[in-house]
Design a protein around this ligand. Structure first.
Ligand SMILES: Nc1ncnc2c1ncn2[C@@H]1O[C@H](COP(=O)(O)OP(=O)(O)OP(=O)(O)O)[C@@H](O)[C@H]1O
Ligand SMILES: [Mg+2]
Length: 501
């Protein structure tokens, strides 16, 4: 027996259900531009699931405080509590199984991040006895897990990103099911988005978000154009808790009566907690008696590298324990050769990484290199380096290049090669790559897209583009201050041998 949450209707008129138990195991990502109906969707989900499962909402705008009146959620005004107080409140909310709304309205970005992180930390770190299933809904998730650094302090960002990463990557074991919504997929940290296996995609205008949405849904980018035409309240659904193939649905009205059915989920406590406010929000215990907190804020690069490709199941065999160093170097060189051979194919620049990787694995196996096949993240790094015209020798050991790779990793995967290519040109003082060269490295034929891509990378604060009096373009890398020589954006492709794939 499963608990089906009715979200609305499919375009064909059938009820569109969300399998709650499956959702608890697989998490959900909602994307759509402002006004597409994300918050409405979340409200529908919360209302419909309130009888079955404990929930908490991280609510930057105070949109959800009304759930308190009707469904009994305890509204916590984050403005009125310290981080320590909120950490304790998070733990107690789990211990006493009280549904909550964390209202972050009125706080600046820095404090929104810090206090949300503290509360999420409390939910996460509660003792094992209290690991009951719980929905953790985060609206405007890009505020808490931004893809690139903003105005806030590094510390706040690290805390918040760490909490969101814990929620999405390690929360499942602890019963926490992350449900995150964002206006702009491209603004959300990749590792956080990558852990969701269920997607609801609403109206989306920007190519960059559409492309990322298409990648997540495993659709052709062309098909993703349809996201532009979705109406308010219309979403494309995919994932084990929703539908095995992309399914159009329209979200139903909110504030409907609870549905019946016998849940396999743990029933919520019968009696309401006598005085939830007093118990959950009592002053935190003095510092001395608290066990020291394990601060789980993994290094950003590690987090990014840990981001999994949900689409790919291929796992290379583990490395044999005893291979000599020379042997290993020799095999690595052969692996490099396999990669170069694949990239030498005329259409290699236009193929998606998953396809390239599959071919790469097969070729390595044929060459008897199964034991040293890089995994997908490593392959991605090799590919990025190769596309930027770097040998594997160049990337290692050079601090400035490490820095470039870290910056590259803040961009969506498909843009990293382009960024690295430009960085290489800037480092060497070569002319700025033309639009055609950029398009090719991006796997596209569209010059317009190449220019938009450059604009996007510039908006992320990684590069600055300038045109001189005769229309030649210079790109400067922010902070490193490496600059390309002026280059003609309209030049035919590949005047620099190093850019050839
Ligand atoms: N399925 C729906 N049925 C009826 N009204 C809807 C539906 N979806 C959204 N709306 C209405 O459309 C308006 C915008 O929706 P909503 O606030 O959910 O958008 P949003 O995607 O959260 O936008 P933002 O990113 O700006 O917060 C709201 O007034 C909401 O009540
Ligand atoms: Mg909203």
């Amino acid at each position: 027996m499963t608990v089906a949450i009715e979200m609305g209707h499919t375009t064909a008129g059938a009820p569109a259900n969300l399998d709650l138990e499956e959702l608890l195991a697989t998490r959900l990502l909602v994307q759509g531009n402002s006004g597409s109906g994300k918050s409405h969707l979340l409200r529908r989900l919360l209302e419909q699931s309130a009888p079955w499962v404990q929930q908490t909402i991280i609510d930057p705008e105070g949109d959800f405080v009304s759930l308190g009146d009707r469904y009994g959620h305890l509204v916590i005004d984050a403005e009125q509590h310290t981080e320590r107080g909120l950490q304790a409140a998070g733990e107690r909310a789990r211990i006493h199984r009280v549904s909550t709304v964390l209202n972050l309205e009125g706080l600046d970005a820095e404090n929104q991040m810090r206090r949300a992180a503290a509360f999420l930390g409390g939910l996460f770190e509660v003792a094992r006895d209290h690991w009951y299933p719980m929905l953790v809904v985060v609206d405007e998730a890009q505020l808490f897990a931004p893809a690139v650094a903003g105005e806030v302090s590094d510390e706040a960002r690290k805390l918040s990103l760490g909490a969101m990463t814990n929620l999405m990557c390690r929360g499942r074991k602890r019963g926490l099911a992350g449900i995150i919504a964002t206006q702009r997929l491209a603004k959300l940290a990749k590792n956080v988005a990558a852990e969701a296996s269920n997607f609801l995609m609403g109206r989306t205008f920007l190519d960059i978000d559409m492309a990322r949405a298409a990648d997540l849904l495993g659709m052709e980018r062309r098909q993703a154009e349809a996201f532009r035409d979705l109406e308010r309240g219309q979403f494309m659904a995919l994932g084990p808790a929703l539908s095995r193939r992309p399914l159009g649905l329209r979200i139903g009205p909110t504030d409907t009566s609870p549905r019946n059915g016998t849940p396999r989920l743990m029933a919520m406590p019968e009696a309401a907690l006598e005085d939830a406010r007093a118990i959950i929000l009592a002053a935190p215990p003095p510092e001395a008696v608290r066990a020291p907190r394990r601060t789980a804020s993994p290094d950003l690069l590690d987090q990014l590298m840990a981001a999994k490709s949900a689409a790919l199941e291929i796992r290379p065999e583990p490395v044999e324990p005893q291979i000599s160093a020379e042997d290993l170097a020799e095999r690595r060189e052969r692996v490099d050769r396999v990669l170069r051979a694949i990239l030498a194919q005329p259409d290699a620049g236009f193929r998606v990484i998953g396809v390239l990787y599959q071919e790469f694995v097969v070729r390595c196996r044929i060459e008897g290199l199964a034991s040293v096949v890089p995994d997908l993240p490593e392959f991605r790094r090799m590919l990025t380096r190769a596309r930027a015209g770097l040998g594997s020798d160049m990337a290692a050991g050079d601090d400035a290049w490490q820095d470039v790779s870290v910056r590259a990793s803040l961009l969506p995967d498909d843009m990293q090669g382009v960024f690295m290519m430009i960085a290489r040109a800037a480092k060497e003082g070569w002319p700025c790559p033309s639009d055609a060269a950029i398009a090719r490295a991006y796997g596209s034929h569209s010059l317009r897209r190449a220019r938009r891509l450059l604009t996007y990378i510039e908006e992320q604060g990684l590069i600055v583009c300038q045109l001189d009096g005769v229309g030649r373009r210079t790109v400067t890398l922010v902070e490193l201050a490496w600059a390309t020589a002026p280059g003609d954006p309209n030049a035919e492709e590949v005047e620099q041998g190093s850019l050839a794939l």
